[in-house]
Design a protein around this ligand. Structure first.
Ligand SMILES: Nc1ncnc2c1ncn2[C@@H]1O[C@H](COP(=O)(O)OP(=O)(O)OP(=O)(O)O)[C@@H](O)[C@H]1O
Ligand SMILES: [Mg+2]
Length: 62
């Protein structure tokens, strides 16, 4: 599923999404990590992960 097309525009969270994309790129190079995403209800945890998922798909990562 492409979340970019189905959801409102992703705003702010530039540091967080940049970090996650960087970690994904390191994972592609063979250096994986475990990342915990925490925050209060409705703060945007799922949306952040959806953005990363779209990026992952664009990199041919399942
Ligand atoms: N950075 C963002 N840009 C645009 N919309 C956002 C952003 N973050 C969250 N939203 C929107 O705010 C709403 C709540 O976000 P989300 O469902 O990701 O929160 P959550 O932290 O996962 O909540 P819960 O704790 O209930 O699981 C959703 O409609 C989501 O699309
Ligand atoms: Mg959620």
């Amino acid at each position: 599923m492409n979340h970019t097309k189905s959801l409102s525009k992703f705003i702010n969270r530039t540091h967080e999404i940049a970090s996650l994309k960087s970690y994904l790129n390191e994972t592609i190079q063979g250096h994986g990590k475990t990342v915990f995403i925490t925050g209060e209800a409705g703060i945007g945890k799922t949306r952040l992960v959806n953005e990363l998922q779209d990026y992952a798909v664009s990199k041919n990562v399942l």
